[in-house]
Write a protein that binds this ligand. Structure first.
Ligand SMILES: [Zn+2]
Length: 177
């Protein structure tokens, strides 16, 4: 990851930090921030970084390329989005991918993004144009990747129920920490 520090153009008394990493490509801004903030010890963050402005970019992106919907919009659509996800069995479909009922099927592993959730959305008849709304609501519930959707946003899931059973835990957490 490349990190660049500059005086922020809108307020030169504050520092703008640019974190540039290919791994950010294809992730929503909130996922990028969530991933990044976990890499930095919280004491260090509070002492040195709390007042800085952060930009998490993939190589070649500019800050203005990255759009983040506002919180009011997400809060307003959340009840309808969550109801629709329940009605179309999205959580069950994702659960089937990560923690299949049939122990003969190979469980998919979470890779710290929404790869499996996008597949589950397609299987449940959601259009790609719905993805941004759906994922911003799920992130608001603490679901920043496939497994976190089942742990934090789903009311119930096999993955969550089996969290403490070593076999499924190991399988579902391969690939990212
Ligand atoms: Zn995950």
């Amino acid at each position: 990851m490349v990190v660049r520090a500059e005086n922020w153009t809108h307020d030169p008394s504050r520092i703008a930090l640019y974190f540039i990493d290919e791994k950010f490509r294809g992730l929503y801004p909130r996922q990028r921030y969530h991933r990044l903030v976990h890499l930095i010890p919280s004491d260090y963050y509070r002492t040195n970084l709390a007042d800085s402005i952060w930009f998490e970019l993939a190589p070649g992106e500019r800050p203005e390329d990255v759009v983040d919907p506002d919180d009011e919009l997400i809060a307003a659509i959340a009840p309808d989005v969550l109801r629709s996800l329940q009605e179309r069995d999205f959580f069950a479909a994702l659960d089937d991918l990560l923690c299949p009922v049939n122990s003969n099927s190979q469980p998919q592993t979470c890779t710290g993004d929404f790869r499996q959730a996008k597949q589950a959305l397609q299987m449940c008849g959601f259009e790609e144009s719905d993805w941004s709304d759906v994922f911003h609501v799920l992130m608001e519930q603490g679901g920043f990747c496939d497994c976190e959707i089942l742990y934090n946003a789903a009311e119930e899931s096999r993955l969550k129920a089996r969290y403490w059973k070593p076999e499924c835990r190991r399988r579902s957490h391969e690939g990212h920490g």
